[in-house]
Structures are given as structure tokens and as C-alpha cells.
Design a protein around this ligand. Structure first.
Ligand code: SIN
Length: 278
């Protein structure tokens, strides 16, 4: 296959063409995809048609270990490795998937000591309007920070809590969030060695060792910097799209909260945990 990697017009990230993810890829293609993932922080494939097994194989290009989501209720009927995001309901009114996976900025699983390495989404059906996903490039944001701000952040530790933005879904589904966990405010990417901001509005509660006001002010300053338009992009889905991103280098937000219930959106979501793929 001839793979082409083209930077996205929307902002950061790259589209990879010349790949059919429903077929086994040879080692060279897998490496090329993985390198594009590391270089671009977010990769897109268009017009894919995958079974659950195909999606699992494709997500494993980014790392062998896939992690079932905490919300077992939304696991795909064939496999716990796929979580179904959907606003569809069954005949008896039961949700066919998780309707809103987080309409706030977050980096997946930053609230656990072993956070998600990559997230892999495969759009099965999308509305003609609405349901975009927003992304923020936290490597570029770190690089563009004034040196004195970077120096101030090095070595700081922040706490992350899945329940920071209270959501009734925990009590509704009787799920207990894991205990809060510490993460560095500036994280060095385990493979590229590049630094990125690693706090996010969804899960970061405070910075350790600072007075509450000082911590809140600093967090506000960091987010004000990171969330400038120049580090952000909006991804408008087409059915058949796959978007996978590096959680050590980006954060994202769904925009599904106010999606018209008559407009259906169903996306499979796979979480890659663990270390290097090669
Ligand atoms: C997610 O946060 O993993 C899902 C994003 C989306 O549904 O747009």
C-alpha cells in the first residue's frame, strides 16, 4: 500500500490515506501509521468499514494493550474493548450507548496512575450537523509558553479526579470513580521526549503544595494560554472516519450535550493503554 500523510487543514493532526483498516497491515505500514501518530499527535483515516475485530486490530497499531472502559453498561455487545458512544435508544427506552462522553476539556484517563496512551474513535453514523469533537494541542501550547512560565511549571504535581466535574452518571449507573491521583503538570512524552502541559479542566482539581487561591489562579492562567484558538481545532465527523489521538500531547472535548435527539451519532471508542507499540 502507498501511505500518504497530509496535515489536516483544521489545525494540527494529519490525515492518513492509502490504508484500509479492515485488512491486515504489514510491518512497514504499521510503523508508518505509528510514526504519523507520534509526529502529528492526532491521525485521521477516512471511509473505513470495520467489524469490531478490525477496529481492535487497528487500535492495536498504537499499542497492544486495550483497556475496557469503566462504564460496563456501554460496552459493545461483542467485546468489552469497544465502548459504544451513542444517543440512540432501544425500543424499551434504554440507551444503546453513552450519550455524552465528556463535553469538557480532558485527556483520557489522566485520573489514573496509568493514563490512556491513545484513544481511537470510529464513526459508524454521524448527524449532518452537530456532534463535532474539539481538540487542543498541548505540546504546541507548552512550546509557545514564555520560558519563565515553563520554568515555573517544571516539577509541579497536580491532582486528577474523574469526579471533578460532578456527573450524575456515576450515581445513576452505580459506578464508583477511582481515587484521585497525582500527575506532573508538564509531562515529557515517553517516546518523543517532547514536553506538553498535562493538566486539563475536566479532571485536574489542584496543584499540590500551593495555597488554594494560588493553585486556582495558576491553573486558570495555564488553561487561558492552552485554549487559545491557535492551539485548537474542531473536527467535523463523517461516517467511516477514524480519529486517534495521543493523550500525552492533547486534550479534547465532545460537543454532544445539546445534540438534537433526532440526529443520530454512534461512535465506537477504544482505549489504548500502556507503552510503545514497537
Ligand atoms: C471522548 O471524549 O472520548 C469522546 C469524544 C466525542 O464523543 O466527541
Amino acid at each position: 500500500m502507498t501511505i500518504t500523510v497530509t496535515p489536516l487543514e483544521e489545525g494540527f493532526g494529519a490525515e492518513i490515506s492509502g490504508i484500509d483498516l479492515s485488512r491486515p497491515l504489514d510491518g512497514e505500514d504499521r510503523r508508518a501509521v505509528y510514526q504519523a501518530f507520534l509526529d502529528s499527535r492526532l491521525i485521521v483515516f477516512r471511509d473505513q468499514d470495520m467489524s469490531p475485530d478490525n477496529a481492535i486490530d487497528a487500535a492495536r497499531i498504537l499499542g497492544n494493550d486495550l483497556e475496557p472502559h469503566l462504564f460496563k453498561h456501554f460496552h459493545h455487545p461483542d467485546t468489552p474493548l469497544i465502548m459504544v458512544l451513542s444517543n440512540r435508544v432501544n425500543g424499551d427506552g434504554q440507551p444503546k450507548g453513552m450519550k455524552d462522553a465528556g463535553t469538557f476539556w480532558h485527556s483520557d484517563v489522566s485520573y489514573k496512575p496509568n493514563p490512556a496512551k491513545a484513544t481511537f474513535l470510529y464513526a459508524r453514523e454521524v448527524p449532518d450537523e452537530g456532534g463535532d469533537t474539539l481538540f487542543c494541542d498541548l505540546t504546541a501550547a507548552y512550546d509557545a509558553m514564555p520560558g519563565d512560565m515553563q520554568d515555573r511549571l517544571h516539577g509541579l504535581i497536580a491532582m486528577h479526579d474523574y469526579n471533578h466535574v460532578p456527573r450524575d452518571i456515576f450515581s445513576k449507573l452505580d459506578v464508583t470513580p477511582p481515587p484521585p491521583c497525582p500527575q506532573p503538570v508538564v509531562r515529557t512524552h515517553p517516546e518523543t521526549g517532547r514536553k506538553a502541559i498535562y493538566i486539563n479542566p475536566g479532571y485536574t482539581t489542584h496543584i499540590e503544595g500551593l495555597e488554594a487561591d494560588e493553585s486556582a489562579d495558576l491553573i486558570k492562567d495555564i488553561f487561558r494560554h492552552c485554549l487559545q484558538d491557535r492551539f485548537r481545532m474542531r473536527y467535523n465527523w463523517r461516517a467511516g472516519d477514524v480519529v486517534a489521538w495521543d493523550n500525552a500531547a492533547t486534550m479534547h472535548s465532545a460537543t454532544t450535550k445539546n445534540l438534537d435527539p433526532a440526529k443520530h451519532r454512534t461512535i465506537w471508542r477504544l482505549t489504548v493503554s500502556g507503552g510503545p507499540a514497537f
